[in-house]
Design a protein around this ligand. Structure first.
Ligand code: SF4
Length: 685
């Protein structure tokens, strides 16, 4: 192992800086986002580098078994399968499913490979399940979507921070260390973050699952009528307040309390805390995450929270602000560089003729050759193997058999394919179903860049030699393209990044001025960075928003509630989320013994009275049943739980997959599934 290589954590969007040494990893104190801190996942991340379950040989299914083979024969099998599928069903008969864990270079190249080498419209990624609602609402309100339009260090010492559906004490502990003022946490559960808010004199708004939009409108109502509105800011820097108010005016606090369960006095105190901190030098922030987003009304919900922030005059102000916390390591970069069905590199729209012309010129193809928008993630997965749907799927770094909503159905669709190819470094549940598995490099074995939740571009560096037999995904894509008769696919990360810079130039997410040399020299570069003399843009919107008239836009939105409401048969609402020791589908963290041991197994968190009504006590084996399936879980009683809610973590496989029960009702604008609310019943197994 090479000693002392600076890189970043393989997991979440905070992208904590760390140094990989022969002994493991240490946090990098000089990096302002984590200031030397790492969470349990980060500290143990080196355990993956020499893991006994690492795949180091290509595998091809034969007589029902995955069997080792050579790279040549595996790649030939993939290319043959692609040709067969496209000869039978046309270009869109091959689909691609990417991941928010891929480097910018891999995300960019995968988008180009899909559109140029395969010529398919059908590419999307698991980031669709992560923050697509905030992206849609942020773009509509501010003209551009960058998770945090300010550096994390701006949050340090803020007087008040509202965390909406964000359990940062478990998901991003080093971020939680920046919060030293009052916390206001909106969450159906008393999470460790909510408990911390209460311990520090803040608030926990324990709303009913799926009522976030009503709560946001109620808080805006309180802000306006109690005089916590910055009228000068609203008039000078925004448009659309009157229409938004027409909607919020119907949400007087007592009505909001009836729907959400949050007491009126807590609503009043929350708004007052935010306002007082904004008026003082300390500053005030509102941050949203998956709890606000993962609803069939996710975009409207985030828009309503943004409406509250605009009413208080927070966005685009030094020392206060609004932002969205990105979940996956490169969820931000993935959607900026072409993994989304409707986007081209530089956060360009695939339907925009000028964008198509620019990117096609960089790729050396006719703009007319580029496909249009394809199917979004769940719709794509649901279409697999159907008569008019894709017959072949390439999966890169994702595990939809566990992470997609209605996962049992998605596994059936995957099984219906003629060809399933998975690029991964461990045999995830999806890889175990594949016809071909290609063993690729993991974080500390590869060079590249990631873009963290602040829009800061970071260098990922090779710290250890990869095992013989594993190959980089850029090489895999170049080899497949060659077999499909396409050239122009570089396999060196720096070459791909330089091409990405040209493709993004002039777009909303402009990386033209970011280079490996500047990053390696230690420059902190946040996009947009349009040329090599540009210092990058750590803070957006201080003078104007990125809309045509420079003003932020309020949205007039209405509360609709969850797509599936409890009834006599399914009387409870299930919500899903993460625990401290696991990341996403758990394919990586479940293989780290220390994390697996600390997390234990699948559980359902429930109020003891509700467990008792179902004939269950703490530790019992239970079934959580929805209209789509059944999850097996151990009962974990917690008297801070709402009486109408159960919680399930989504990291576990097999019969413990939380997504066996989740509802794939989609947000009409972002296509985000409703992971956060579905009707269930609890029963003994
Ligand atoms: Fe930091 Fe996230 Fe890694 Fe934890 S998982 S060390 S919070 S980047």
């Amino acid at each position: 192992m090479t000693t002392g290589t600076k890189t970043h954590c393989p997991y979440c969007g905070l992208q904590c800086a760390m140094t990989v040494t022969a002994a493991g990893v240490v946090g990098a104190r000089e990096f302002p986002t984590n200031r030397g801190g790492l969470c349990h996942k980060g500290w143990t991340s080196a355990a993956l580098l020499r893991h006994p379950e690492r795949i180091t040989t290509p595998l091809v299914r034969s007589e029902g078994e995955l069997r080792p083979t050579t790279w040549d024969s595996a790649l030939n099998a993939v290319a043959d399968g692609i040709r067969r599928a496209q000869n039978a069903g046309g270009r869109d008969a091959v689909a691609v499913f990417g991941s928010g864990g891929l480097t910018n270079e891999k995300a960019y190249q995968l988008g180009k490979f899909a559109r140029v080498a395969l010529g398919t419209a059908n590419i999307d990624y698991n980031g669709r399940f992560c923050m697509s609602s905030a992206a849609a609402a942020g773009t509509a309100a501010f003209g551009v979507d960058r998770g945090l339009p300010f550096p994390v260090s701006d949050l340090t010492g803020a007087g008040a921070v509202m965390l909406w559906g964000a359990n940062v004490a478990e998901t991003m502990p080093p971020l939680a260390g920046h919060f030293t003022g009052r916390l206001i946490v909106a969450d159906p559960r008393r999470t460790p973050t909510a408990q911390r808010a209460l311990d520090g004199g803040g608030l926990h708004l324990q709303l009913a699952p799926g009522t976030d939009l009503a709560l946001a409108l109620g808080l805006m109502h309180v802000a306006v009528l109690d005089g916590f509105i910055d009228r000068e800011y609203v008039q000078r820097r925004t448009v659309g307040f009157e229409e938004a108010w027409l909607s919020a005016a119907h949400w007087w606090p007592e009505r909001a309390e009836r729907v959400t369960g949050v007491p009126v006095d807590q609503m009043r105190r929350a708004v007052e805390m935010l306002w007082d901190a904004r008026q003082s030098d300390a500053g005030s922030y509102i941050l949203t995450a998956r709890g606000a987003e993962q609803h069939a009304t996710g975009t409207d919900t985030v828009a309503a929270v943004i409406g509250l922030a605009l009413t208080l005059g927070l966005p685009g102000r030094r020392g206060s602000g609004y932002g969205c916390l990105t979940g996956q390591g490169n969820g931000q970069g993935g959607r900026e560089h072409g993994l989304k069905a409707d986007q081209l590199p530089g956060y360009r729209k695939i339907t925009d003729p000028a964008a198509r012309e620019h990117v096609a010129a960089v790729w050396g193809v006719d703009p007319a050759e580029l496909p249009g928008p394809g199917l979004s993630a769940y719709t794509l997965l649901d279409a697999l193997g159907r008569p008019a749907g894709p017959r072949a799927l390439l999966v890169h770094g994702a595990n939809p058999a566990v992470s997609a909503p209605r996962a049992g159905h998605v596994a059936e669709r995957l099984a219906a394919l003629d060809l399933l190819v998975v690029c991964d470094f461990v045999l995830s549940e999806t890889a175990a179903m594949a016809d071909v598995v290609l063993p690729v490099l993991q974080w500390a074995e590869e060079e590249g860049t990631m873009t963290n939740l602040e829009g800061r571009v970071l260098r990922r560096r090779r710290a250890v030699e990869p095992p013989a037999g594993a190959r980089g995904e850029l090489w895999v894509l170049a080899e497949l393209a060659r077999r499909l008769g396409r050239t122009g696919f570089a396999s060196e990360p720096v070459e791909v990044f330089d091409e990405l810079r040209r493709a993004s130039a002039g777009g909303p997410a402009d990386y033209a001025g970011v280079s490996y040399a500047r990053l390696d020299a230690g420059e902190a570069l946040h996009w947009p960075c349009p040329d090599e003399t540009h210092p990058g843009t750590p803070r957006l919107f201080l003078d104007r928003f990125a809309t045509p008239n420079g003003r932020a836009r309020f949205a007039a939105v209405a509360h609709r509630g969850p797509a599936e409401v409890p009834d006599a048969q399914y009387p409870l609402t299930a919500t899903t989320g993460r625990v401290l020791t696991h990341y996403q589908s758990g394919a990586q963290t479940r293989r780290v013994p220390e994390l697996a041991e600390a997390a234990g197994g699948m559980f359902v968190q429930v109020h003891p009275d509700i467990a008792r009504q179902a004939g269950l006590v703490d530790g019992d084996a239970a079934a959580v049943v929805s209209r789509r399936g059944t999850v097996r879980a151990a009962v974990r009683c917690d008297d801070t739980m709402r009486l109408d809610t159960v919680f399930l973590p989504f990291h576990f496989p097999g019969a413990g997959r939380a997504n066996l029960i989740t509802n794939p009702a989609l947000d009409p604008r972002s296509s985000m599934p409703e992971f956060k609310a579905c009707a269930v019943r609890l029963e003994p197994t």
